[in-house]
Design a protein around this ligand. Structure first.
Ligand code: DQQ
Length: 534
């Protein structure tokens, strides 16, 4: 980063300039990871989209290539929108993407590599049969609500299935299509799943997870020890919600059991900023990896001034929690290659009201892991039964509001005199018949510049503080703070734009603003090296 560009990231993926949004078609081919993304070649504003393209051997360092898919035909002249890659028979990749046609209708198109022996897959060829799926008067699909094909999967009959995000009179839905040859697609009678009054479902994602082990599965796997996840990006709220359920591949029906897409109680990948996410199966390492777009919390004018907008979250491995009731996410292990200059705090007790600086690292570009241990749980504040909205609770009880057990956690991106800081912390409450852990990311003091959106985020964390330590990991990178509570059971990502806490003026602290002391058995912090991110 330079003095002129204090908010550019050093290890979170971003192009050198202009507008980026959704990750598209992530995959691994011949040992090389591919990331495509929605990109406006012309400026830091949304504009007309192309599929920009970068590759990597480690998901950390990236090499840019020429855009893979750009508007050129009647069926995509107004934009090449989001879509996904599928690995067909004989390891041949194929991309399904949404084209915005001359009439501004959304249609689905196919593109395949020109030269399969090129592991970088630089050149892509659009199918002469495009568009393959179109809204018509017959199929009653609305032409402005038909987009973002998923990775396709094979059913027991050997046929391909794919879903497309849509809505009909505010009923959000994932429309199903089937194909024998990946070119001729037939719409199924029923959507895979739909929910009333949820509005447009963008970027659906549908994939199996193992109920036995924390490993990833190929998208076409199904069976007795497999559950399925359906994620949708709700355009109304700009949040990614998921449900966990069972998929019957004979009848092509999905029945969610955990979570919901149609209420505030739905499960989210991330309780801060995190949108248009997409997973892929990493066949080399048997894991499923999640990518997502993190937009700015500053104004469009600021985007124009800095010349860019949007970053990608650090890719996360995701798997089904032992409880079967939620997913767990953790930054890909490769990111730890960037760690350097480890600093450890000795095991200690932090008294109520104490703030302790962790020095010796580049605090604007860091990775921190800390765990907290609370002894006298009976002193926990009683949770009012009406406090069901964690974000609201975190906003009302920010880092400066003293409690009993908490708030305790980290002050990241802090300026010298603490005029600026972002607080990531926990509070423990006594619920009806168990302790309830709240995790917050409080941006209210993140910048003395008040034109930024400094909304506070919050999530409940399914950890039992009677038997487990409370762990927190936070990845800090100049204008992004990505936090993982309880080993990845709840995640919160925030964007911050400090004025004082910039580069070397940035500090890191551990704090306890509760009345009771808390143990900190372990705290390790690392400076992060710069990655090659284009
Ligand atoms: N962004 C794409 C659409 C998608 C939306 C356009 C989600 O395909 O629905 O850039 O952010």
């Amino acid at each position: 980063t330079s003095a002129m560009q204090p908010y550019r990231t050093s290890y979170h993926f971003q192009p050198p300039s202009n507008w980026m949004n959704d990750p598209n078609g992530p995959m691994i081919y011949k040992g090389i990871y591919h990331l495509f993304y929605q990109y406006n070649l012309l400026g830091p504003v949304p504009g007309h989209k192309v599929w920009a393209h970068s590759t990597s051997t480690d998901l950390v360092n990236w090499t840019p290539h020429v855009p893979a898919i750009v508007p050129s035909e009647e069926y995509d002249v107004n934009g090449c929108w989001s879509g996904s890659a599928t690995i067909l028979q004989e390891h041949k990749p194929a991309i399904l993407y949404t084209g915005v046609n001359r009439q501004n209708q959304q249609v689905q198109n196919l593109a395949v590599p020109k030269n399969l022996s090129d592991p970088y897959l630089i050149e892509w060829v659009k199918s002469p049969q495009n568009p393959l799926m179109e809204p018509t008067a017959m199929n009653m699909i609305s032409p402005d609500s038909f987009r973002d094909p998923t990775t396709a999967w094979v059913g027991p009959d050997g046929g391909w299935r794919v879903i497309i995000g849509s809505q009909s009179n505010r009923t959000g839905m994932a429309i199903s299509y089937r194909s024998e040859d990946f070119v001729n697609w037939t719409k199924a009678e029923h959507p895979l799943y739909s929910a009333n009054d949820t509005g447009m479902w963008e970027c659906p994602d549908f994939f199996p997870v193992s109920a036995q082990a924390p490993v990833g599965l190929d998208t076409s796997i199904n069976g007795p020890n497999v559950k399925h996840v359906l994620k949708v990006s709700l355009s109304d709220s700009q949040h990614d919600y998921y449900t966990i359920g069972t998929y019957n591949s004979v009848t092509d029906t999905y029945v969610p059991v955990e979570g919901s897409v149609d209420s505030n109680s739905g499960l989210r990948y991330d309780y801060g900023k995190y949108y248009a996410s997409k997973t892929f199966f990493d066949s080399k390492n048997n894991r499923r990896i999640l990518w997502a777009w993190i937009n700015e919390s500053s104004s469009a004018d600021d985007d124009i001034n800095k010349g860019w907008s949007g970053i990608q979250a650090i890719p996360r491995t995701l798997w089904l929690d032992k409880s079967g009731k939620q997913l767990v996410q953790w930054p890909i292990l490769e990111i730890e290659k960037l760690r350097t200059n480890q600093v450890d705090l000795p095991n200690q007790l932090i008294e109520g009201g104490a703030i302790l600086e962790v020095s010796g690292i580049t605090a604007a570009q860091a990775d921190v892991e800390v765990s907290f241990e609370v002894k006298e749980l009976e002193k926990a504040e009683v949770l009012d039964p009406t406090w069901t909205d964690p974000q609201m609770l975190c906003s009302r009880k920010g880092a400066s509001v003293k409690g009993s057990l908490g708030p305790f956690g980290l002050l990241v991106m802090a300026s010298k005199g603490l005029q600026e800081y972002t607080a990531v912390f926990f509070r423990i409450f006594k619920g009806q018949n168990k302790y309830v852990v709240l995790m917050c990311s409080d941006q209210s003091r993140s910048s003395i510049n008040n034109s930024n959106d400094k909304t506070t985020y919050g999530a409940f964390l399914d950890v039992d503080p009677l038997h487990e330590k409370l762990s927190l990991r936070t990845l800090i990178d100049h204008s992004i703070v990505e936090s993982f509570g309880g080993g990845g059971k709840s995640c919160i990502t925030a964007r911050v734009y400090p004025v004082l806490a910039v580069d070397d003026g940035t500090h890191l602290h551990v704090f306890n603003n509760g009345a009771e002391s808390v143990g900190v058995p372990k705290l390790s912090a690392w400076s992060m090296k710069k990655a090659r991110i284009n």
